[in-house]
Ligand binder design. Structure first.
Ligand code: NOJ
Length: 548
């Protein structure tokens, strides 16, 4: 547990406490329930958990609207329940990452309630106020479906307040030193409890300046470096993960010289994976990774296919966005803001081959993979639920009442269970998949076991091969004397490929999932045939030496 770069070898599982297991029959998952399911998570093979916001909140943005940073929402239990969960997770060598949502609070937070009452409130300057709604007019709106402006009028304060997200989420004013101190105190409160990492929400938007887009400003980076200094000073083995939905060149500064964030999500890569498989062409992926600048040695990309939000299409061109909407949104209900609110399995038409292929990419490209809860089973979504709730339904444990998630009245569940004939819990659940040797869940377990045997996946270099068949995405990963070769077929038809592996002449080729020996590399091009959406994970090993 004491490698400071632990996040480079991690496999992160993202979950919402409310969605996992309800221990007290109120229809909402809680920490005691989650603690009971740690054995499941350990057995699955993940090494870290990322919990969505768990703090007191009016829940107008699923907990990203925080009204008290220093407590647990009563639906989820108590601080004691949280501590027990954390200790139990650590006992199983599982790390825990929680949320640090600091760009904004809920309008119900006592700071805002006090601030709006009077200009002389000590909390007034915790927020960003204006007499006019015309300031910072160069700033885009993020929640385009619901918000018309980044300013809202507060009748009590008799002033406009600034908000980058929902109007009930006033932005904090990071020009105020007390705000920065408060944020660091909040962070220390959770780090002192023992959390291993923090996903810092919405980091590009902390500071506002006239005449700019109010995104990625140097002043914002200063604040973030101050936060990092506080982590390094007291908690050197902890990790900060940036949520910065930006182009690679704009995300790169969040790593700075290895002294800002340890990790950042690779947002632009994700939609291009979905594009590549539809187009049956590797170029969307290779192009964006070629445009991705190198990062400092102590830093790492966080890779994901799906999460609790819409599949965001902010980081693609207008043409690419049209293409993805056309291909993946057969019903207008699937769209939200600038994105698509669907889960992985439904996006892949529940085609097991495609689901495996996308996971093959997730687990072999450079970075740390993040698995969204339920995707290990191929859970579906419900596009008839509001906002992004369709991808946040209860975990499907069994075919029993309430999917084994809760003993509450079915009508009391925080969201309805999926009862679709294909994706419904009666057919698709953990218990059933544990019984079937070839289930997606069993496959996921196997693939995680293999991934964990090779640190090269998390730490190695990346080099693309350039076969003439554009449907084939092949790359070499190298780390400390180990060489891996990954070959993916993005097409729905069988494909041949010839790879130039001359530099590896004489090496053995071992397929890692079956430990099968393939023909040795020779002078002539290395020929492979791939099944539709097929993939190979090979180790290239000197025929005399040891395999690892
Ligand atoms: C990013 C979170 O991922 C999203 O769920 C939330 O709505 C916004 N931040 C606003 O807090």
């Amino acid at each position: 547990m004491n490698d400071a770069l632990w996040y480079k070898d991690a496999i992160i599982y993202q979950l919402h406490v409310k969605a996992f297991l309800d221990s007290n029959a109120d229809g909402i998952g809680d920490f005691r329930g989650l603690t009971d399911k740690l054995d499941y998570l350990q057995d699955l093979g993940i090494t870290a958990l990322w919990l969505l916001p768990m703090y007191p909140s009016p829940f107008k943005d699923d907990g990203y609207d925080i009204s008290d940073y220093l407590d647990i929402h009563k639906h989820y239990g108590t601080l004691k329940d949280f501590q027990e969960f954390l200790d139990e997770a650590h006992r199983r060598n599982l790390r825990v990452i929680t949320e640090l949502v600091i760009n904004h609070t809920s309008d119900q937070h006592p700071w805002f309630q006090d601030a709006r009452r009077s200009p002389s409130s000590p909390y007034r300057d915790y927020y960003v106020w204006s007499d006019s709604d015309q300031k910072y007019s160069g700033t885009r709106i993020i929640f385009t479906d619901t918000e018309r402006s980044n300013w809202s009028w507060d009748p009590d304060a008799k002033a406009y307040y600034w908000h980058r997200f929902f109007s009930h989420q006033p932005d904090l004013n990071f020009d105020h030193p007390r705000v920065r101190e408060e944020v660091i105190d909040i962070m220390k409160f959770w780090l002192d409890k023992g959390v291993d990492g923090l996903r810092v929400d919405a980091v590009p938007y902390l500071v506002e300046r006239e005449g700019t887009s109010c995104e990625n400003l140097p002043e914002t980076h200063e604040v973030l470096k101050e936060i990092r200094r506080a982590v390094d000073a007291g908690y050197p083995d902890r990790m900060l993960l940036a949520e910065a939905n930006q182009w690679p060149a704009d995300v790169r500064p969040y790593f700075a010289n290895g002294d800002e964030f340890h990790m950042a999500f690779h947002f632009p890569l994700m939609p291009r994976i979905f594009m590549a498989i539809k187009k049956e062409d590797r170029h969307p992926i290779t192009d964006i990774l070629r445009q991705t600048p190198p990062i400092p040695p102590n830093c790492q990309w966080a890779l994901f296919l799906r999460n609790h939000d819409e599949l965001t299409l902010e980081m693609v061109t207008a043409d690419e966005r049209d293409y993805l909407y056309r291909e993946y949104c057969t019903d207008p209900r699937m769209k939200i803001n600038i994105g698509i609110r669907r889960r992985l399995a439904s996006l892949m038409d529940n085609d097991r081959r495609k689901i495996e292929l996308l996971n093959s990419l997730l687990f072999t490209m450079p970075g740390t993979p993040i698995l969204y809860y339920g995707d290990e089973l191929g859970m579906g979504d419900n596009i008839y639920l509001g906002d992004r709730n369709g991808v946040r339904t209860p975990m499907q444990w069994t075919g029993d009442r309430n999917a084994g998630f809760s003993r509450a009245e079915t009508a009391q569940l925080y969201l309805p269970l999926n009862v679709d004939p294909v994706f419904g819990y009666q057919a698709l659940n953990v218990e059933a998949q544990l019984r079937v040797p070839n289930s997606l869940l069993k496959w996921t377990k196997r693939i995680l076991t293999v991934r964990k045997k090779h640190r090269t996946f998390g730490r190695g270099t990346l080099e693309f091969l350039n076969p003439s068949n554009r449907a084939i995405l092949a790359y070499v990963r190298k780390f400390e004397g180990e060489t891996l070769l990954i070959v993916n077929n993005l097409a729905s038809t069988a494909q041949p490929v010839e790879l130039d592996l001359r530099r590896f002449i004489g090496t053995d080729v071992i397929e890692l999932l079956g430990e099968t020996k393939f023909p040795r590399v020779a002078e002539h091009p290395y020929q492979l045939s791939l099944t539709p959406y097929g993939y190979f994970w090979f180790q290239l090993a000197s025929s005399h030496g040891a395999r690892r």
